[in-house]
Design a protein around this ligand. Sequence first.
Ligand code: OOG
Ligand code: MG
Length: 267
Amino acid sequence: MNAMTRTLSDQDIDHLTDRIEAAQRSAKAIPKLTDDYPGMTLGDGYAVQLSLLRRWVAQGHRHVGWKAGLTSKAKMDQMGVRVPTIGFLLADMFRPEASVVTTTDLVHPRVECEIAFVTKAPLRGPNCTGKEVMAATDHVVPAIEIIDSRFSGFKFDLQSVVADNSSSARYVTGGQTRLPHALDLSNLSVVLEKNGAPLATASSAAVMGHPAEGVAMLVNVLHELGLDLPTGSFVMSGGITEAFAVQPGDLICARFQALGSVELRFS
Ligand code: OOG
Ligand code: MG
């Protein structure tokens, strides 16, 4: 059986989508989905995610792009999931740089630093490469993603986290917008700081050797789901370091070599 094979009925997918939507709206943690549906596959997880996307869009939310997840060893080790995933991004998940991000509407937010790509040509799988991603990239920009698992204890497995839109919650961009070939994206250092103290330092190489490879992975997963990546998509390539929990009052800053810094505060 292919990992993307769907085994659950439309009714079950609908029911699981209800659970995830309710947990996201109420910011109340739920048990991971596989507790009740142990046979759930990766394909079932993506069926829930895409059903959630259709619901949000039908309710008037604007779909602006996608994110790659679990693309670095640091993230895989932290979450105990060894398969990269994707998730969708909506316009209203965006927060401007230096803004204050509320935590009351989130379960247990964590921050991670990422390089984001904005595309100027369509990309499609099944064999999309990092080189093709670079050629189709209009510009790159540094970002902080605020992830928020809707599962108790921030503990999940692959199927559950995929259904929960790969923990997507908020994202902030900032720093400098740069042409993709104007810098060595394969080895940019980044320092993530909380309240002025460094939490972690890493190189962009941590994301599959080059963050464009994270985007290529995403394009190939989209292909397995029957989708392509349209021109003008905003795509985050995945956390470079592990993610860190935040509390109200925390000031977070990610300093990227050659791309400037991104800052935000939590309330
Ligand atoms: C899953 C989301 C992963 C990333 O950049 O690795 C992700 C999680 O860790 O909750 O956004
Ligand atoms: Mg991320």
